[in-house]
Ligand binder design. Structure first.
Ligand SMILES: Cc1cc2nc3c(=O)[nH]c(=O)nc-3n(C[C@H](O)[C@H](O)[C@H](O)COP(=O)(O)OP(=O)(O)OC[C@H]3O[C@@H](n4cnc5c(N)ncnc54)[C@H](O)[C@@H]3O)c2cc1C
Length: 429
């Protein structure tokens, strides 16, 4: 069987790997001139490792990803340090990544609120009944069970930060999945995620998979018993096609899809992201904190500050200190149209809050990355609205971040859904 895959992110590459192993001929179309998609990275000439454009790490529970790496024989290249995550309270940051540190966190006092926070967390870790949880909003569930104070202090800032205007509509299964699957040890690949993506692509090339890099697919149409993939003014015929782009793009690529499937794709909601990467001369967090959760109402111009070189050594980056400042935003937000210089001007004063000695002279270089499709928004009863991987057009398949539900999007789940799509495509010959 002749298969085309649209997208060389981790979902597309994982599907290609399995389909090739099953004996099919596989061609990957990728509009960018690099592999890795949203998890790709970049490198300065004096760096040994690449830096992800959007901050990335794995959890120890990312079994699909870690399993694939093991299968490829690269598990010795996976590192799992234990960086520090901190929470904001009254102008200060407190470590918040173990039961003991949570117990010591002053933000909830030391009475009933702390106990409610603990019990709710424990219940969510133990239960598997996400189907009941998806029927209510996280806002309503947390208000009821964690209480107003705990919700407003701990969980609401997370929801507001990630989902902006949709925060009160997101279902509780999203929160459950987040609490269920996260670990305090965080993982990366020696050399960065881009190194892994590139090694994987080289392996796929060696297996005989064809890559069409820098080729943007314009449409996919049924042509008798096959599917015609159109790009750069030419059409090529395949027996089956897997698309791994956003739902919006999928709808554009294949307007012949039946109306109800198209409507389902277009009704899915998602947030975009704008992330600034800064290379600094000095360490920003003197305490060595990696991840700062920031409440928007305190006036920070971004949601998360992440000091990458408090996770992996600055020595991999020629001594440069790498810091991310990022936010999830609706497309059309001013951060999408501001110049990099304007955005730096907006962000810079906030950096002093992490280190009063910070000065503009510390900045070596700045990069800004933007994406329209960063975080799917799962509304109540989302499981009923997920588009099927096998579309109503015979031979056409779709696998995206919006379909890995109830899990939150991540490279682990891109691998999982890519491999699931490959199994479906292989079994329906
Ligand atoms: C801010 C941010 C932080 C994140 N943090 C983490 C994290 O810490 N850990 C983690 O595991 N995951 C994280 N993720 C999620 C992770 O990046 C994604 O879940 C994963 O990369 C999705 O892979 P994919 O293959 O499904 O899609 P993508 O990576 O989006 O791949 C799709 C590919 O299709 C290509 N394409 C699009 N249109 C066309 C076309 N017309 N023709 C040809 N090719 C096309 C794109 O260029 C892209 O390469 C984060 C994402 C964001 C945005």
């Amino acid at each position: 069987m002749r298969v085309a895959i649209i997208g060389a992110g981790f979902g597309g590459m994982a599907a290609a790997y399995d389909l090739k192993k099953a004996g099919h001929s596989v061609t990957i179309y990728e509009s960018a001139n690099y592999v890795g998609g949203l998890a790709s990275g970049f490198k300065e000439p004096n760096w040994d490792w690449s830096v992800e454009k959007f901050y990335h790490h794995w959890f120890q529970s990312d079994h699909e990803m870690l399993g694939l790496i093991k299968e490829l024989g690269w598990e010795d290249k996976v590192l799992f340090p234990r960086p520090l995550t901190v929470m904001y309270h009254k102008g200060k940051f407190y470590p918040f990544d173990s039961i003991l540190k949570m117990a010591l966190f002053p933000g909830l006092g030391f009475g009933l609120d702390k106990i409610r926070f603990g019990f709710v967390g424990l219940y969510l870790r133990l239960t598997n009944n996400w189907k009941a949880l998806e029927q209510v909003t996280a806002d309503a569930w947390m208000m009821k069970w964690a209480g107003k104070n705990v919700y407003e202090k701990m969980w609401k800032p997370l929801l507001v930060g990630k989902f902006g205007p949709y925060y009160a509509q997101v279902n509780m299964a999203w929160m459950w999945a987040r609490i269920k699957a996260r670990t305090t040890r965080l993982g990366t690949f020696e050399g960065g995620f881009q190194r892994f993506a590139s090694l994987f692509a080289e392996h796929l090339l060696e297996m005989g998979i064809e890559f069409r890099m820098g080729v943007s697919v314009e449409s996919i149409k049924r042509e008798q018993a096959q599917l015609a993939v159109r790009s750069e003014g030419q059409s090529e015929l395949f027996d089956k096609v897997l698309v791994t782009t956003s739902p919006n793009l999928m709808a554009k690529l294949s307007p012949e899809l039946p109306e109800n499937y198209l409507k389902g794709l277009l009704e899915l909601k998602s947030m975009g992201a704008v992330v600034m990467v800064l290379s600094l001369k000095h360490q920003l967090s003197k305490q060595g904190y990696y991840w700062f959760n920031l409440p928007k109402e305190e006036g920070y111009p971004f949601l998360a500050l992440v000091e990458h070189t408090n996770f992996v050594s600055k020595d991999h980056f020629g001594g440069d200190h790498i810091v991310y400042a990022g936010d999830y935003l609706q497309v059309g937000h001013e951060y999408f149209s501001m110049t990099d210089e304007e955005l730096l001007e907006r962000f810079m004063p906030a950096l002093k809050k992490f280190n009063p000695e910070f000065d503009g002279d510390w900045v070596n270089k700045v990069w800004v990355y933007r994406t329209n499709y960063a975080q799917p928004v799962p509304l109540v009863n989302h499981s009923k609205n997920i588009p099927a991987i096998q579309t109503p057009i015979e031979g056409l398949y779709f696998a995206s971040m919006s379909q890995v539900y109830p899990w939150d999007r991540g490279t682990n789940f891109a691998v999982e859904i890519g491999r699931r799509a490959a199994r479906l495509m292989d079994s329906k010959q």
